[in-house]
Design a protein around this ligand. Structure first.
Ligand SMILES: [Zn+2]
Length: 153
């Protein structure tokens, strides 16, 4: 089955997936989601940069905040279950200094999250249709993965 990112150009897929951001060529500030290649201006008020390089962001960050989505978000959210099942959302601060929102990896919920915990980016299937699987990034608690992964502490 074909796997296609649900949002084109926002993340890589493969064994070590990573988010794709835009790094300002002038001040090296990194932004996510990536800025359009043409006609974008650096969001750093002290910088007049207009050219950016696509950069892979750190795959690990720390939980900055999280929430439980108890109600189905409005479009363009694509419901994957009917009826809607609550899922956990985590805002994760990356070493680049940006906060990226994402769902928590399948099998994990708010009970697995604590502010400051390390999480790792994974790519999972968001939904499946006639075109194949559409994938999205999610945040997976690192400590939980270690506990079930059998690696000795
Ligand atoms: Zn800049």
């Amino acid at each position: 089955m074909t796997q296609t990112p649900a949002v084109e150009g926002w993340f890589t897929t493969g064994a070590d997936p990573a988010l794709l951001g835009s790094r300002c060529d002038s001040c090296q500030s990194t932004f996510f989601p990536p800025l359009a290649a043409e006609g974008s201006f650096c969001r750093n008020p002290a910088c007049s940069g207009e050219t950016f390089t696509t950069a892979e962001l750190s795959r690990r960050g720390r939980v900055w905040s999280y929430t439980d989505a108890q109600y189905q978000p409005p479009p363009p959210y694509i419901p994957v279950t009917d009826p809607f099942e609550p899922f956990a959302l985590a805002a994760v601060e990356l070493p680049e200094g940006i906060v990226v929102l994402g769902q928590v990896a399948e099998g994990f919920g708010v009970a697995d999250l604590t502010v400051g915990d390390e999480v790792e980016l994974v790519v999972e299937t968001l939904h499946t249709d006639d075109d194949g699987e559409h994938t999205i990034w999610r945040w997976k608690p690192v400590s939980a993965a270690g506990a079930s992964g059998g690696s000795p502490a």
